[in-house]
Ligand binder design. Structure first.
Ligand code: FAD
Ligand code: A2P
Length: 299
């Protein structure tokens, strides 16, 4: 597949909510082990129309069937794409997602409430139709530079775009792209049984050797130095000195995806190490964002 280089090459909104693409579920696979907290699925959706294309780091919209609480058709929900532009089957005719089933007790009745779109997706059977819009997003794309250093920080399903990045870097072979930089993933999950794509990440480690490092923050099994839950920001604080020197390099790009709540803690950890170097983190971060070297997609 050819490398797309300019923003004008980025496909956006090929399908809109008024006229969505009707895809089909090919695979719906549980991504968590027994005793995990909640349910997360890997979905492979077939794209029947050849004009739907996308890039790593983009998202698609899904429109769940039925009506919302006001009797209106459901609005679309966004999901990060978990496959490379070639799709999991290598033919560019599928798109994959990593979806957590939203479930919570109703504040008044205590009855379990399931999210409209996540339950639609997590309950799909092979052959079922799915309304797809997009793709969207032009700001979370990995750099073209094969020698770049890529720092990835994910909580839970925030791993989705990084699965795509890592597959393109280490699993697939391309005539025009061969990754030769360093990739460092920080991954926050509640339990070991919740490590999404664990086998793929292990296999990446074997293929990539010292080009890839992963550090887990397993919140309900590991403790931070204060005796609290080990969150991703605690792992970042532990590795702040190494991260800081990596971030200073002109060819280092950082990506943060998953829970909004992690952003403050990550900033705090980097603020502390920046301060030791006499650098104002807020200003440095602004500069990195402007240079396209700091990317955040939280929800
Ligand atoms: P809904 O039916 O829309 O229910 C959500 C609503 O339930 C909330 O607005 C809130 O009012 C209520 N609610 C939620 N929790 C509670 C609670 N504990 N107590 C009381 N009320 C509550 N999700 C993924 O799984 N994977 C992804 O890769 C992914 N990528 C995303 C990328 C982007 C850019 C964005 C913006 C979001 C992404 N999401 C992802 C989230 C996704 O879009 C949906 O928001 C999510 O799946 C829930 O949608 P739903 O239709 O199932 O829930
Ligand atoms: P916990 O749920 O133990 O509080 P998932 O989406 O699979 O639940 O994973 C999200 C991970 O992010 C969990 O380990 C969760 O921990 C953790 N988490 C929750 N809130 C925050 C936060 N504010 N900052 C960083 N990590 C968080």
């Amino acid at each position: 597949m050819t490398q797309l280089k300019t923003k004008t090459d980025i496909p956006v909104n090929i399908y809109r909510p008024k006229n969505p693409l009707i895809g089909r579920c090919l695979v719906n696979q549980k991504l968590v082990q027994e005793k995990a907290v909640g349910d997360v699925r890997h979905l492979i959706l077939e794209l029947p129309e050849k004009d739907f294309r996308y890039l790593e780091g983009q998202s698609i919209g899904i429109i769940p069937p039925g009506l919302d609480g006001k009797g209106k058709p459901h609005k679309l929900r966004l999901y990060s794409i978990a496959s490379t532009r070639d799709g999991d089957h290598g033919d560019g005719r599928t798109v994959s997602l990593c979806v957590r089933l939203l479930e919570y007790p109703h504040p008044e009745t205590g009855k379990t409430v399931y999210g409209a779109c996540s339950s639609h997706l997590c309950n799909l059977s092979p052959g079922d139709p799915v309304k797809i819009t997009g793709p969207v997003g032009t700001s979370f794309l990995p750099p073209d530079d094969p020698n770049a250093n890529i720092i990835m920080m994910a909580t839970g399903t925030g791993i989705a775009p990084f699965r795509a990045f890592l597959r393109r870097m280490f699993d697939e072979s391309h005539a025009d792209y061969s990754f030769n930089g360093f990739a460092w993933l920080f991954f926050g999950i509640p339990t070991t049984a919740n490590i999404l794509y664990k086998e793929e990440l292990e296999s990446c480690r074997n293929v990539a050797g010292d080009k890839f490092r992963v550090d887990y923050a397993i919140s309900r099994e590991q403790m931070n130095i204060k005796g609290g839950k080990m969150y991703i920001q605690d792992r970042i604080a532990q590795n702040a000195a190494d991260l800081w020197s990596l971030i200073q390099r002109e060819n280092t790009y950082t990506y943060i995806c998953g829970l909004k709540g992690m952003e403050g803690g990550i900033d705090e950890a980097l603020h502390r190490v920046a301060q030791q170097q006499g650098v104002n983190w807020a200003e440095r971060q602004k500069h990195l964002k402007k240079a396209g070297r700091w990317h955040v997609e939280t929800y």
